[in-house]
Design a protein around this ligand. Structure first.
Ligand SMILES: [Zn+2]
Length: 444
């Protein structure tokens, strides 16, 4: 496993620089609606449906890298704060994110994800597969055993960030070590077939990533994807697929069709293409093939990204955070929908003018002093944080760590999707919940 080279990888801190610290705030624009309602809006509707009264949003984070040592307080091999994994899971549950599908992207992370599933039964589920960025294990130049779970350095255990890396790609031409490949696929088959079905719910994460060829050459990625697809197709019963496709759409679709037929008619359980950042045409082709689309903070970076999200049918939508990466940042196009939702919540909470007061003014709250000079006014964050956020050096129990995205932020993904599509958060949450439960065979 070779994702390492984190010197080339943005650290979480570099990725998330805009978290604001403040006291717990009410959810943004989602303090409504009934549990369990299924009011599916027509796809691509532009009229926001009113939320049901009393609705409590429910989420399943389909892509969370909870096996990353960062959730144990370890950063690049160094302990920086206490293991707070349980708090991370608790915060997720506090916002209604009651199920977490932990991504396995190598032998080690797949095994660790399975252990987490056993530790949090009914809450944590896992996937198992070899990510394109981990696929250099198929290459003859890989010097370690492919399943060196114990000896692997912690530096190498961090999951790769979702941003493209500009460093030099590994060139093609070194080929694939076929004897090694047969052993890898054999070991992966054993890992999957011996795992309890209550924990392991999908095959993956696997696919192609041509934005990050410095981790693994295109030639070896293509081999890794094709070999794993053929294993996935041969499993009885099959598992749903958890797929990754970045800047590689044509090859990605071609290999899927090679393995499962031109309409993917031999794909028994379906699959999701997670962290989607492709074009509208690519997304439509994937939906036409029956696949689902997973969105996270990386899916809202630009206006073009948001145009794509607008076209995702609710019946094909899934939500994820991809933590510790892919946080929504103020520089992202999608951020404005969080601001919009926050303003609506603020307006709804503002005191209404009391009878007899001057027209257009509201009565001051009795506890507020009259002289509220500008100096004394604490600047309110434009988008409130639900939990306190601190730097990892100032870690405290119960607070989120600045720069480390975690599943409790999934409500932001739902709010942004709802804003972009002009539907209610309830519509988004309930559609994504129903899709996820169905594909991954989870209990309601
Ligand atoms: Zn991915």
């Amino acid at each position: 496993m070779n994702y390492m080279r984190l010197r080339t990888c943005p650290t979480p801190l570099r990725l998330f620089t805009n978290q604001l610290i403040h006291k717990p705030a009410p959810p943004l624009g989602i303090s409504f609606a009934r549990q369990g309602t299924k009011t599916m809006a027509a796809p691509n509707s532009t009229v926001a449906a009113p939320p049901s009264e009393g609705y409590k949003p429910r989420y399943i984070d389909i892509g969370i890298n909870l096996a990353d040592p960062i959730f144990r307080g370890r950063y690049h091999g160094k302990p920086r704060h206490p293991d707070d994994l349980k708090d991370v899971v608790k915060r997720a549950q506090d916002v209604g994110c009651t199920k977490l599908i932990v991504t396995g992207s190598s032998f080690k992370s797949s095994r660790d994800a399975l252990k987490l599933a056993a530790e949090f039964p009914g809450t944590v589920f896992s996937t198992a597969g070899i990510h394109p960025c981990s696929s250099s294990i198929f290459s003859p130049s890989h010097h370690k055993h492919h399943d060196e779970s114990q000896s692997e350095s912690e530096e190498a255990q961090h999951t790769p960030a979702c941003d493209p890396d500009p460093t030099q790609p590994i060139p093609d031409g070194k080929g694939v070590d076929h004897a090694r490949s047969a052993k890898i696929i054999d070991d992966l088959r054993t890992l999957i077939t011996k795992s309890p079905s209550s924990g392991l719910v999908a095959f993956g994460e696997f696919g192609l990533d041509y934005d990050r060829l410095h981790y693994c050459s295109k030639e070896v990625q293509l081999h890794s994807f094709a070999a794993q697809l053929s294993l996935a197709a041969s499993l009885k019963p099959q598992l749903p697929l958890f797929l990754h496709s970045r800047a590689a759409h044509a090859d990605f679709v071609r290999l899927l069709k090679d393995a499962f037929g031109p309409r993917l008619e031999r794909l028994e359980r379906g699959g999701v293409v997670h962290s989607f950042t492709g074009t509208i045409e690519e997304m439509r082709e994937l939906m036409d093939l029956g696949l689902y689309i997973g969105v996270n903070g990386c899916s809202f970076k630009t206006a073009e990204n948001c145009d794509v999200v607008r076209e995702i049918e609710l019946s094909r939508l899934m939500l994820e955070t991809d933590g510790p990466w892919c946080e929504v940042r103020p520089t992202h196009e999608g951020w404005k929908y969080l601001v919009e939702a926050a303003n609506k919540t603020k307006a709804a909470a503002a005191p209404t003018p009391s009878l007899g007061s001057e027209e257009g003014t509201s009565s001051p709250a009795p506890t507020q002093g009259k002289k509220q000079g500008k100096k004394n006014q604490k600047k309110e964050p434009e988008v409130p944080e639900r939990f306190k956020v601190v730097k990892k050096e100032k870690w405290e129990q119960g607070a989120m760590v600045k720069g480390r995205n975690e599943p409790c932020t999934i409500e932001r993904i739902a709010i942004i999707v709802a804003g972009i599509k002009g539907v209610s958060v309830e519509d988004v949450c309930e559609a994504a919940w129903a899709n996820t439960v169905k594909v991954f065979g989870l209990k309601e």
